[in-house]
Design a protein around this ligand. Structure first.
Ligand code: ZN
Length: 75
């Protein structure tokens, strides 16, 4: 039994964060939801670096704070 070799671990993880968080995190500066993951890790490991496409500002988002309750999650 061979385990699949994952060379692009970093790329895989940012893709995972992107698919989960892109367009779901509100920009703290302008309130836009047009945000994308810029880096899976910000200043700390519990922080994701996000980029707002509306105002072009970057901000850190804490992974543990969850998706903002303002957007009702009904999958
Ligand atoms: Zn913004």
């Amino acid at each position: 039994m061979t385990s699949p070799k994952v060379n692009s671990k970093r790329g895989a993880s940012i893709a995972a964060f992107s698919s989960e968080l892109d367009g779901k995190i509100e920009c703290p500066w302008c309130g836009s939801m047009d945000t994308v993951v810029r880096s899976p890790f910000g200043g700390t490991v519990s922080e994701v670096m996000m980029q707002c496409k509306a105002c072009n500002s970057g901000f850190g988002w804490m992974k543990w704070q969850g998706i903002k309750p303002s957007s009702p999650s009904r999958n």
